[in-house]
Design a protein around this ligand. Structure first.
Ligand code: NDP
Length: 325
């Protein structure tokens, strides 16, 4: 089949491209600027695949109509992975929300008009598990991030609003176009370029000693290769139509659990990884001076967990444990 993956320069999209190319599909990808194509080819080469066979580039920006019709024309499936994902909070939340929402709608409209069978949208756990009181039951796909809460970050808002807009579009204007959504927690795994994505930055900061101690935060992890497999299951499996699927490997961990795993797995390479958990008061104090730390305060010390039973039971998805990742 012919498959379009949006935003081929991204961490997850890159791994999707590698997998699809290794299966012999005709693969297309979009970049905002054609100069990025060489980087994408280099990353795919790094992943052990010939980037000059079966891969075609299209220029399209989430913030513009131009290019999307050409990119989707003749495609059977579209995997819409691109979304603004900055390491730092933006000045205005609309800087994230508008491209995420409008970009998703542009991709869906183009896909509908071109007769694409199904779009798989890469949403996020950020569209599920934020702005809620502490809950001991694991989050599942029935929950939505509470946009009325003042604690929800611009990024989580952008993912929630974009996913909601996608389901709305399918319900009212989608015609025969099908939608399936993946909601990953923090994605880890082999990095193919120096442009680290936000979740990899945490590990990187730990390994390089930039994180002096571990804030008490609960979060889920999943290996990028499993996230890829789940996108592919969601693309073709009949049971995935009209459904969202959390991608998480096992239970949520604290930052200190991750530090321990790194130390056990990497030996001396993890010498700079912190051992201790920071008291919450210290994190709150740091947040007065550091806007990035400020963003985590609403989640500080709040127990959290999520389950991927739905993807396992309905799609036969089997993620590796996050320690292996
Ligand atoms: P990256 O930051 O590596 O990739 C983001 C991609 O989106 C890049 O290709 C970027 O292009 C593209 N993009 C951003 N803004 C625009 C725009 N205006 N127009 C066109 N393309 C744009 O992130 P990931 O690969 O980690 O994330 C991919 C998706 O997965 C995102 O939707 C993210 O929300 C979601 N996700 C990621 C998680 C994670 O832990 N990594 C967890 C849960 C969800 P460019 O190279 O030009 O900047």
């Amino acid at each position: 089949s012919t498959i379009l993956v949006t935003g081929g320069s991204g961490f997850i999209a890159n791994h999707i491209l590698i997998r699809l190319l290794s299966q012999g599909h005709q693969v297309r990808t979009t970049v905002r600027n054609i100069n990025r194509a060489a980087d994408v080819r280099a990353m795919i080469h790094e992943g052990g695949i010939d980037p000059n066979e079966g891969l075609f580039f299209f220029v399209a920006d989430l913030e513009q109509d131009q290019g999307w019709a050409e990119a989707v024309a003749g495609c059977d499936y579209v995997l819409h992975v691109a979304s603004p994902f900055p390491a730092q909070a933006p000045q205005h939340e609309d800087d994230l929300i508008i491209p995420a929402r409008e970009g998703t709608l542009r991709v869906l409209r183009a896909a509908r008009d071109a007769g694409v069978k199904r779009v798989v949208l890469t949403s996020s756990f950020a569209a599920i598990g934020y702005g809620h009181p502490e809950q001991h039951l694991p989050f599942d796909e029935t929950t939505w991030t509470n946009l009325d809460s003042p604690d929800v970050t611009a990024y989580a808002k952008s993912k929630t609003i974009a996913e909601r807009a996608a389901w709305d579009f399918i319900a009212h204007e989608g015609g025969s176009l099908e939608l399936s959504v993946i909601n990953p927690v923090a994605v880890f795994g082999p990095v193919l370029s120096a442009d680290y994505s936000s979740s990899i930055t945490l590990i990187y900061n730990m390994l390089t000693g930039k994180l002096p101690s571990c804030p008490k935060l609960y979060f889920g992890g999943v290996d990028v290769r499993d996230v890829v497999e789940l996108h592919l299951h969601a693309m073709t499996h009949s049971a995935a139509k009209g459904e969202r699927f959390i991608a998480v490997a096992g239970n949520f961990l604290t930052v200190r659990d991750v530090a321990r795993t790194l130390k056990m797995g990497l030996g001396h390479a993890a010498d700079k990884v912190p051992n201790s958990e920071s008291p919450n008061w210290l994190v709150r104090l740091t947040a007065l001076f550091n806007p990035t730390v400020k963003q985590i305060l609403p989640e500080l010390g709040k127990f959290k967990n999520a389950t991927s039973l739905k993807a396992q039971e309905r799609l036969g998805w089997q993620p590796r444990s996050s320690e292996v990742a």
